[in-house]
Design a protein around this ligand. Structure first.
Ligand SMILES: Cc1ncc(C[n+]2csc(CCOP(=O)(O)OP(=O)(O)O)c2C)c(N)n1
Ligand SMILES: [Mg+2]
Length: 348
């Protein structure tokens, strides 16, 4: 049989490529550790309160809680350069905003649809933005933020502003077509982007093993020559360490990189999830064994931070969250005229 011209023309195997180094856990000072603790606890208590307000009918529409995943946003975003780097994520976005230190009042007021909310009460839970912080949402379309984030990275490169984009998406989104079109372009053009897969084990009611033929998601860039690192997303120091490594890779002009953050969401997919697809024991076992906040609390205790000091921190956080909730309940709804602002009415 004649030799296939296709085979004959095939390239020799690709030589070994440079790989990022194995990230080391971040060596945090006591103050930094306390700061991580405060941010994670704020997210946890804020989200619990949001769940309550939802139950009372004060929050309408969708509401996806981030409880369990706090170490990811806090660890990664603590490594960013706030003046240049951008962030984009999906609809599970309250934690990412709080990790920036944005006032919980304007986030809670957005949840209750009030004019003082960060998107003027017109975005709600899934559509929060802060261009001041270079936070570009808050997107309800699964996977959309991956291509939009790639666009942000293109902008960083085109304008030469030195910024890196952090584009978060879920394990479910990782199976979407636009993700791979984005990977291809990002590597081809050497774009400064970190693709962060928040693998919380479920996409709505479907576990990652049931939905993904390759469930080691950090390998998903291999066909595009994008390296990936798997990270313990329940350990804020591992998250920060991975961020340092990924940022060094991207800032050195080596193109995109993938971080797969192995994490877990304790609550349902959204507030309307009956959670029949997993047992209470499964959730409890993760909480008991690897809760990210308890982990840092233990480290703080080991460093000599007294229980009393942590109690004072907790009280201050509860107070701030209660004030945010009161504000979100009392501050007025948008004027009717707001229906006609921020809407595209012309051709472009
Ligand atoms: C394009 C598109 N398809 C389907 C949906 C419905 N949907 C909303 S969230 C979701 C699951 C996504 O799971 P994952 O990416 O793992 O993120 P997680 O919710 O776990 O953070 C689906 C299918 C959607 N919003 N957009
Ligand atoms: Mg998921």
């Amino acid at each position: 049989m004649a030799k296939s011209p296709v085979r004959a023309a095939a390239e020799p195997p690709i030589p070994n490529r440079e790989r990022p180094a194995e990230p080391q856990p971040y060596q945090a000072s006591k103050d930094e550790l306390l700061d991580f603790y405060k941010h994670m606890l704020l997210i946890r208590r804020f989200e619990e309160k949001a769940g309550q307000l939802y139950g009372l009918g004060l929050i309408g529409g969708f509401c996806h809680l981030y409880i369990g995943q706090e170490a990811v946003a806090v660890g990664l975003q603590s490594a960013l350069n706030g003046d240049t780097d951008s962030v984009i994520t999906g609809y599970r976005d309250h934690g990412h905003m709080l990790a920036y230190g944005i006032d919980p009042k304007v986030i809670m007021a957005e949840l209750t649809g009030r004019a003082a909310g960060i998107s003027k009460g017109k975005g709600g839970s899934m559509h929060m933005f802060s261009t001041e912080h270079k936070f570009y949402g808050g997107h309800g379309i699964v996977g959309a933020q991956v291509s939009l984030g790639t666009g942000l990275a293109f902008k960083h490169k085109y304008s030469g502003d030195g910024g890196v984009c952090l584009a978060y998406f879920g394990d479910g989104a990782a199976n979407q077509g636009q993700v791979y079109e984005s990977f291809n372009m990002a590597q081809l053009w050497g774009l400064p982007i970190i693709y962060v897969i928040e693998n919380n084990q479920y996409a709505m009611g479907t576990s990652v093993n049931r939905a993904s033929s390759e469930d080691q998601l950090y390998k998903r860039g291999e066909s595009f020559r994008i390296p990936g690192i798997q990270v313990d997303g329940m350990d804020v120091l591992a998250c920060r360490g991975a961020a340092e490594e990924a940022l060094a890779w991207v800032r050195a002009g080596k193109g995109p990189i993938i971080l797969e953050m192995k994490t877990y969401r304790y609550r349902g997919h959204s507030m309307s999830d009956p959670a029949k697809y997993r047992s209470r024991e499964e959730v409890q076992s993760v909480r008991d064994k690897s809760d990210p906040i308890e982990h840092v609390k233990k480290l703080l205790n080991e460093q000599g931070v007294a229980e009393d000091e942590l109690k004072t921190v907790e009280q201050a956080i509860r107070k701030a969250v209660n004030e945010a909730a009161d504000f979100a309940e009392q501050t007025p709804e948008p004027e009717m005229g707001e229906l006609y602002t921020d809407v595209l009415v012309e051709r472009y």
